[in-house]
Ligand binder design. Sequence first.
Ligand SMILES: Nc1ncnc2c1ncn2[C@@H]1O[C@H](COP(=O)(O)OP(=O)(O)O)[C@@H](O)[C@H]1O
Ligand SMILES: [Mg+2]
Length: 238
Amino acid sequence: MLLQVKDLNAHYGPSHVLQGINLNIAEGELVALMGRNGMGKSTTLKSIMGLVKPTSGSVMFQGQEVAGLPPYKVALAGIGFVPEERRIFPELSVLDNLKLGIKGGKIKNPNDPNTWTIERIFHHFPKLAERTQQPGGRLSGGEQQMLAMGRSLMGNPKLLLVDEPTEGLAPIMVQEVRNVLEEINKAGVSVLLVEHNMKVALSLAHRVYLMSKACIGCEAAPVEVRDNHELRAKYLEA
Ligand SMILES: Nc1ncnc2c1ncn2[C@@H]1O[C@H](COP(=O)(O)OP(=O)(O)O)[C@@H](O)[C@H]1O
Ligand SMILES: [Mg+2]
């Protein structure tokens, strides 16, 4: 297993928002984490990344315990995070935003074909290649999402945690972001994806975890989520 989360608990003050999360991701997998608002999906990603400090439990990544480590150490271990807010730097150019994703200021093994470089990012994100000198803040929502993903990839993660990448995007950009996620995964990056858009999530995911309040309620194949109305009524529909 690439990632093994065991009995992970997290609190915001007195509220116990993650109550024993168990999930795993194999190398090469794209796994969707779905569920209604407020169930704890974002907190699950943040707890894996160290942005929320888990109160107990284990996060094993490539055989290393990363639970409780500060976010930069989790990133150094090989996990990238694309937050819902994207957090690009609006005044900085597209190119400079991408360069900020390089860990330790220097790309390791730039000649290895599996290494993410600026050139490789531009190959996968041609929209960004057209606007290298534009300030990040001038990009459309979908382009900013691509930039946020590109910046994370510059850190050469083995696993990318992506929170609601298509939220608020125009339909054509939803499709483009979906396709880029598929490409990234095919290029060898494992992905844990939180995604509300059922079509996007089910067309990409190899497996789905369905969250109920503070817990993972069950694991299902994408076709089961698509075809099983009871499952959808229980975990997804309003
Ligand atoms: N910074 C915070 N402080 C206090 N409570 C929070 C904070 N962030 C989220 N919560 C609460 O924690 C629960 C889980 O939130 P979240 O992980 O954002 O859910 P989801 O991503 O599934 O919508 C919700 O009840 C939410 O209101
Ligand atoms: Mg969320």
